[in-house]
Design a protein around this ligand. Structure first.
Ligand code: BTN
Length: 315
């Protein structure tokens, strides 16, 4: 667009337009300038910028949301929790370029090198009981898996119970839900999502080689974070509303397809002891139900999937 048209449209002087262009270029926007033709935007930076994150979120629960971006923080989940305790509203988004003490499930560490991953936490205040929270984890996993698939444009993502995101059988992302609740009412919920975007083998410790991956490692191409973040947020909004309106079935069906364990004999490590049985699927609260050899059904709240038999058992 020509400088003249821009200055007309924005009601600022031509030199103000030029100054803005200089500033945008400093922020990493690629702008080509041609005499008499004007300016051409050829690329946007992959830095986390509020105006880029909020683009396209109109009409969602994140419209007009507070977006907090840390260059560096201990953990976005911890930061979101502190903000929620100070009264920050539902829909608040916390992101970081890097986390120094990224938290994984079960007290594990979540590797969070600068600029190489998505480290995102959301503050939610859903009108649900603590018993309904596993549904939130299920919908988060589905939104994240679909956001990754949309970016990859291949259906190669799977969910490993409870909600690890795998690509080519290797872990590419994880979800950590932390809630603040009374006995029968959730005060707030922090949904934390970590996705490995451009880590290389050298970024992972030796014990994770072959077990963890990133979009870059799996696809061989540089992948920007912004499209994945935006798609995740809009899918999250859709499924969150759907589930809160009482329809959990659609999300559960999507989870079941991504997880691929229904009807299979699996072993999970739960509360220290392994439990084996045929996976019957998620119940109405989002909890995994196993049929044990004794014929008894058992609900497994959390843990790690240890093994899945290759054959299909008849439930
Ligand atoms: C897992 O162990 O699989 C869960 C990993 C969750 C990591 C994310 S990164 C953003 C948010 N902040 C944290 O400290 N953890 C979560």
């Amino acid at each position: 667009m020509s400088g003249e048209r821009l200055s007309d449209r924005l009601s600022v002087s031509r030199s103000a337009v030029w100054k803005h262009m200089v500033r945008l270029k400093k922020e990493g926007y690629e702008i080509r300038t041609a005499p008499r033709k004007g300016y051409l935007l050829t690329g946007i930076p992959d830095s986390l910028l509020v105006r880029e994150i909020s683009e396209g979120l109109g009409g969602t629960l994140f419209e007009g949301a507070k977006i907090i971006i840390h260059r560096e923080t201990a953990s976005t989940n911890r930061s979101a929790r502190d903000l929620a305790l100070r009264g920050y509203p539902e829909g608040t988004i916390v992101l970081a370029e890097r986390q120094d003490e990224g938290k994984g499930r079960k007290g594990r560490i979540w590797l969070s090198p600068e600029g190489k991953g998505i480290y995102l936490s959301l503050i939610l205040r859903p009108p649900v009981t603590p018993g309904e929270l596993p549904r939130m984890a299920v919908l988060t996993a589905v939104a994240a898996a679909e956001a990754l698939e949309e970016d990859l444009s291949t259906p190669s993502v799977t969910i490993k119970w409870p909600n690890d995101l795998l690509l080519d059988g290797r872990k590419i992302g994880g979800i950590l839900l932390e809630s603040h609740a009374e006995l029968d009412l959730v005060d707030f919920l922090v949904v934390g999502l970590g996705i490995n975007i451009s880590m290389t083998d050298g970024d992972f410790p030796p014990e994770l080689h072959g077990r963890a991956t990133s979009l870059l490692l799996s696809t061989g191409r540089t992948c920007p974070r912004l499209p994945v973040i935006r798609t995740f947020l809009s899918l999250f909004d859709r499924y969150y509303r759907q589930v809160l309106s009482g329809d959990f079935t659609a999300v559960r069906d999507r989870w079941t397809a991504f997880a691929g364990i229904s009807g299979k004999r699996i072993t999970v490590g739960s509360a220290g002891r392994p439990v084996t049985g045929v996976a019957l699927g998620l119940d109405d609260s989002g909890i995994l139900v196993l049929r044990q050899d004794s014929g008894e059904s058992r609900r497994v709240y959390s843990g790690d999937l240890i093994s899945v038999s290759s054959g299909k058992d008849t439930p």
